[in-house]
Design a protein around this ligand. Structure first.
Ligand code: AMP
Ligand code: MG
Length: 424
């Protein structure tokens, strides 16, 4: 994080474009130091510290892709059927005892090694079986239904690159290559606070004028799904000195301090001032809706002297969700040493009208349902408020409207970001 404290990256303009914030994060945030070896079973969601080089070919040997008959393509008649004598049988896990000679076939099953001299496999559905023989049709290409050794992965190549965040399919590949453990980076350590005099812990009595804390649950879950180790540090009062003290203390042994609430310009919004007293703000207003007030900064002396990152997302839960996706997600991936995983908005047809201001990026909560013309369309939720949690629970994702767009009408193609892609 040391680079973020470099003053020339302080942003003086009124509203920072989302792309600039993301570029700043990509260029200026350094991954955490430290790595560990973990068993494959515990490696889901971890980030590879080094390339995984394939120790073997995958598959390790030529084998049949189907149940059927292994033949030599050279024996087949150009036109018309060919009758071959069946001389042996090869099931998965068992090689045939014989090599093929002219005019012969071997009964073979999926995954069994290709017999010597065989180069092609007929599917059993295409064959006629006679006593001791098989009759195969014309027209099958040499090499059909055969899987070559190394066609998936060649021994010696990089099968999984350093920085890959391991999902189940990556774990499966490592297992197929015979690995039992992998070297991963240590998890990014995140300290999490909610702020606000009105916020109370679920499970306690709800006083007048108070709200149960939703954001810590939202943000802890999102950060954990991105592989972070989250320390939940509770709720802070709207009190500048206490905020500064608690955040500075948390920064000592965390890579990122994440707060919600208190970053707008209200008289009780003290988080920005608190950060300025213990570190530096890099930006605090983004050209984004919902979520314009979102602060990013560095806490001096935090993270064992390197400077811990700070992000303060707005208190409204929908704004917290959107800004997490656009600011905290890329920051956490960078800290974790992960390769970039850009969010790719898929084209969807809008079934709504929407007016938008130019110059900022806006996110509309939408549900995917059958549209007027029968195809799938994106329907806007009835409630726009950034505090309306059901607008998240009753929808499937966000329609992302870029800076230059001024409106949407029914039929317009919009970019759709499914919630699943935003939360890890
Ligand atoms: P703030 O960003 O502090 O001005 O808060 C904006 C709105 O979000 C206010 O209505 C807060 O009550 C609400 N809010 C703040 N923090 C939370 C939280 N942790 N859970 C639910 N709502 C919150
Ligand atoms: Mg507040």
């Amino acid at each position: 994080m040391a680079q973020l404290s470099d003053d020339c990256f302080a942003f003086a303009g009124p509203l920072m474009p989302v792309a600039d914030a993301e570029r700043l994060i990509a260029e200026r945030v350094a991954p955490v130091d430290g790595q560990e070896i973990v068993p494959l079973r515990a490696a889901t969601g971890r980030v590879l510290a080094n390339d995984v080089v394939a120790p073997i070919d995958l598959p390790p040997f030529d084998n049949s892709a189907v149940d059927g008959y292994a033949v030599r393509a050279g024996d087949l008649a150009g036109e018309g059927e060919t009758r071959l004598t069946v001389i042996d049988r090869a099931a998965a896990g068992h090689a045939a005892d014989h090599a093929l000679n002219a005019g012969e076939a071997i009964r073979i099953f999926t995954g069994a090694p290709m017999p010597d001299n065989a180069d092609t496999v007929f599917m059993q559905e295409d064959c006629k079986v006679e006593a001791g023989a098989v009759v195969v049709p014309p027209g099958l290409k040499r090499g059909a239904n055969r899987r070559l050794a190394g066609e998936d992965v060649r021994a010696g190549v990089v099968a999984l690159p350093a920085g890959r965040r391991l999902a189940v399919q990556h774990i499966a590949l490592a297992a197929a290559l015979g690995l039992t453990e992998v070297e991963v980076r240590r998890r990014a350590r995140v300290a999490l606070f909610s702020t606000g005099d009105e916020i109370v812990e679920p499970g306690t009595k709800l006083p007048r004028a108070a709200l149960y804390d939703a954001n810590r649950y939202l943000l802890a879950g999102m950060a954990a799904r991105l592989g972070a180790e989250v320390t939940d540090l509770g709720i802070l009062r709207d009190e500048p000195k206490a905020l500064a003290r608690a955040i500075a203390a948390a920064a000592l042994d965390h890579d990122l301090v994440l707060t919600s609430g208190g970053v707008s310009t209200g008289e009780a919004d003290h988080v920005r001032a608190a950060i300025e007293s213990i570190g530096r703000i890099v930006f605090w207003r983004l050209a984004i809706k919902p979520g314009r007030p979102v602060a990013m900064g560095v806490i001096r002396g935090g993270n064992a002297g390197d400077g811990a990152a700070f992000v303060g997302v707005p208190g409204n839960p929908v704004a917290a969700f959107v800004t997490f996706a656009r600011v905290v997600r890329p920051l956490l991936l960078r800290l974790a040493g992960a390769l970039p995983e850009p969010l790719i908005a898929l084209p969807a047809r809008a079934a709504f009208s929407y007016k938008k201001r130019k110059g900022r990026r806006e996110y509309v909560r939408v549900a995917l349902r059958a549209g007027p013309d029968g195809g799938i369309a994106a329907f806007k939720h009835g409630q726009d408020g950034a505090g309306v949690l059901t607008s998240l629970t009753e929808t499937d994702g966000l329609a992302e409207l870029p800076e230059d767009v001024t409106g949407v009408t029914p039929g317009t193609t919009v970019g759709f970001l499914p919630y699943a892609s935003l939360v890890g």
